[in-house]
Design a protein around this ligand. Structure first.
Ligand code: PRP
Length: 193
């Protein structure tokens, strides 16, 4: 894996130049894969309207790219959840902190996530969205970490299936930082933060 191309961003964060983040998926690889997912969604929903629901904050960048790669009638909504995560761990409890703005009853819904990890967040959201009786409900996840799954849930559209490594960039954070890195990178366990 090549070293990441954003030394200046790390400098701005006061992270020593000797520390290198490894790129798991480059911006070019992400762009190509998102275009493929967009094509699949365009085919699957030809002639239909879809609401894409982003789960804040991590999904924002993936949703922005995915929505521009589909060629169908598409609107957005966003929800926010608090999952009582701290650093790299989670307690498993999820709470909705921002609800949908628009009704989804009778509509085609795609939940858009940056990462499907334990599945607790998406399991929770799928359950509450199904209570609103959408016409259909699918999941698009930029990354899938199947080895971490606790809730039995799968995404219908997956960008990349990855091993159990802590990833940052392309919307994903560590302690709210790194979301604006254009590549998906691995955060080494000993990274100084
Ligand atoms: C991340 C990600 C998903 C969730 C997936 O969100 O965006 O929402 O974790 O994990 P799970 O499958 O184990 O539930 P996070 O809580 O880090 O918040 P963020 O989106 O604001 O980064």
């Amino acid at each position: 894996m090549p070293p990441a191309r954003f030394g200046d961003i790390l400098n701005a964060m006061d992270i020593p130049a000797s520390q290198q983040l490894l790129v798991l998926y480059s911006r070019e690889q992400i762009e190509k894969r998102v275009a493929e997912l967009g094509d699949a969604i365009t085919r699957d929903y030809a002639g239909e309207s879809v609401i894409m629901i982003g789960v804040l904050k991590g999904s924002a960048i993936f949703l922005a790219d995915l929505a521009r790669s589909v060629h169908i009638d598409c609107t957005f909504d966003f929800v926010a959840v608090s999952s009582y995560k701290k650093g790299r761990t989670t307690s498993g409890a999820v709470k909705l902190t921002k609800d949908l703005d628009e009704p989804i009853e009778g509509k085609h819904v795609i939940i858009v996530e940056d990462i499907l990890d334990t599945g607790i967040t998406l399991g929770y959201l799928r359950k509450i969205f199904m209570q609103h009786h959408p016409k259909s409900l699918k999941i698009a996840a930029c990354l899938d970490k199947p080895a971490r799954r606790i809730e039995p849930i799968e995404a219908d559209y997956v960008g990349f299936s990855i091993p159990n490594q802590f990833v940052i960039g392309y919307g994903m954070d560590y302690a709210e930082k790194f979301r604006n890195l254009p590549d998906i990178c691995i955060l080494p366990p000993d990274f100084p933060l």
